[in-house]
Ligand binder design. Sequence first.
Ligand code: PRX
Length: 646
Amino acid sequence: MTDNTFFPVKPEIAQAAHVDEAAYARMYEQSIADPEGFWAEHGKRIDWIKPYSKVKDVSFEGDVHIRWFYDGTLNVAANCVDRHLATRGDQTAILFEGDDPSVSKAITYKELHEQVCRMANVLKKHGVKKGDRVTIYLPMIPEAAYSMLACARIGAIHSVVFGGFSPDSLKDRIVDCDSHFVITSDEGLRGGKKVPLKANADKAVAGAACVKHMLVVKHTGGTVAWTEGRDLWWHEEAASVSADCPPEEMSAEDPLFILYTSGSTGKPKGVLHTSGGYLVYASITHQLVFDYKDGEIYWCTADVGWVTGHSYILYGPLANGATTLMFEGVPTYPSVSRFWDVVDKHKVNIFYTAPTAIRSLMREGEGPVKKTSRASLRVLGSVGEPINPEAWLWYYNVVGDGRCPIVDTWWQTETGGILITPLVGAIGQKPGSATKPFFGVKPVVVDNDGKELEGETEGNLCIGDSWPGQMRTVFGDHERFVQTYFSTFAGKYFTGDGCRRDADGYYWITGRVDDVINVSGHRMGTAEVESALVAHPKVAEAAVVGYPHDLKGQGIYAYVTLNAGETPTEELRKELVNWVRKEIGPIASPDLIQWAPGLPKTRSGKIMRRILRKIAANEHDALGDTSTLADPTVVSELVDNRMNRA
Ligand code: PRX
C-alpha cells in the first residue's frame, strides 16, 4: 500500500466537527510553542476543588520527574459522576450489554453515583484508606466501573488485573503493590463459557499474605469456596452502608491507578498514573479524537483490564458526560454479527475496537455485517497494534459503508491517552498510518545512535516533551522508570516502537523494536514467556520471538531446548502450551514450539534473537551476518526444522 491512498476529510464532516484542519494547525502550533499556556487553558475542562496556578514541571534528564497542574486539587470520581448530576442525572452513564444478548442494563448517572458511593463506603468500612492499593479482578460488568470510581472517590489506588490472567500472574501483581483488598466476582462469562474468577483469586491470595479482604460480586450465581472473615459479598455489604460518600480532595499528582504492563525484561511493571493530568488528557482526547458530541452513544470494545478500558471506556467518556457502552462478551458469540447487532440495538454512534477483531470478522465475509443496519455509526476507531491496510479498507467500506472516518489511534499504557491519531474533522486518513500527533505531542524520530532524523525518514519513535497523561513512575521503582524510558535516548521518552514518517509528515508505526510482542493487541514480554517455559521441569532453555500471524498480528514462536535425556513428543508440546497458559494466562500460549537442540549464540553466550526472528518469520534466506556465532551449525538445524513455512 503506497502513501498515495488518501481519504480526505469530507467537507460536511469537517464543518460539524469540534476541530477542523485550520483549527488543528493553529492549536497544534500553540501547544508546541507554548505548552504551559495551552494546557493552562485546557486543564479547565475538568472541575478543580482548588484551581491550579502551576501547570508544568518536567525533566526528562537528570532527576527525571513529571508534574502537571501540581498545586491544584480535585477528585476524579466527582468529575466523572457528581458533576453531571445536576444536568444529566437521568441520562444513561453506562450501558451494559451482557455476554448473553438478552441481558442489558442502563445505569444512569444518578444510579452510578449511588453505586460508587456504596462501594466507596464498603472499602472504607473495611479499612481501605487514601493511598492504599486495591486489586480489581472482575469481568466486564458495571461493578468494575463502580470499583474503580470508588477507589478514585476515596483516594485509594486501583490496580485492575485482566480477568484472563492466571492465579500466579494475579498473585505477582497483588504482591508487587502490597494490596490488602481484592475485588472479584464468582465467575465471568465470555462467549457462553464460565471463567472461574473467584477460584483463581483464591489461589492467588493463598500466596499473597498481604490480602485482608476479598469482596465478591455475585454475577453468575455459580458455587464458590468461602473463607469466613476474609470474604465479603458485595450485595450484602452494599446494603449495610450509606448511599452517600463525600469525595476525597486529592492533589493533582496523587496516584489514581497502577496498571501492570510488559516490557523487554523482567516481570511486568506497575505503570503509575496520577489524577489531574491524566483526567484532563483522557477527557480532551476522548472528545476531540472521536469528535464526541453530547448525547452520543459511544462504545469501546476493550476490556477494563487494559489501559484502553481505563481511559476510553471509563475516565475519558464519563468525564465528558457520555453514555459509554460496556460489553461483557466476545465478537463471535452467539454469532459473528454480534458487534453489529449491538451497534443496532443501542444505536451506537462511535465504535472503537482492535485490528485483531476486525481481521477475525473480515474472514467471515461481508454477509454477517451487511445483514445489519449500522446506520447510527458515525466514527470508527482502531487501537492496539498496527492495522494492515486491507483490514482498514474492509473496516471503512464494509463496516462503515464508506461513510465513517477511521481514527487509527497510536498510544501505550505508559502514555495514558492517545498520542498519534487522526482527528475526525481535521486530518485525512491513509490506511495503515496513525497520521499526526495530538496537541502537545512532539514525536521525534531518532537513529540507533540517538541522532534526530528530519523529514521523510524511518527510525525509533521518541517523544520530545511531556503531555499531561504521561505515566509518572514505575510503582516502587523510579530507577526502573528512568532506565526503561529515558536512558536509551537521553532527554527523550523512548516508546519502544519503530516508525516511519512520510513526506506529508504522517507517522506509520512499524511495531516494537524491543523484545515486546503484540499478540492480538495484547502486549507481552518475550522474557515472561521464556521464564514460564524454563520453569517447566523438562525444559533447559527457551527463546521466544514474535512472528507474523494473519489474525493475531503477531504469534508466539518458542524455541525450546529440553534437558538431556528428555524426548521431544507431540504430547510434551501440548503440555508446554498448557503450562504457559497456567503460568501466565491463555493470551500467552505459544502458537508454535520448535525443539531446538541448540540456540544460536555469540561466543559470549548471548542468544542472537535477530536470527531466531528471521527463522520464525520463514525468512531464513535473509539471516544476515552469522559470523559471530559460536556454533553456526545450529542455525541450519533450526532452519531445516522450522515450524512456520507460510
Ligand atoms: O506497539 C504499539 C502498539 O501497542 C503498544 C502499546 O501496547 P499497550 O501498552 O498494551 O497499549 C495498547 C493500547 C493503547 C505500542 O507500543 N500499538 C498501540 N496502538 C497502535 C499500536 N501500533 C500501531 N498502531 C496503533 N494504533
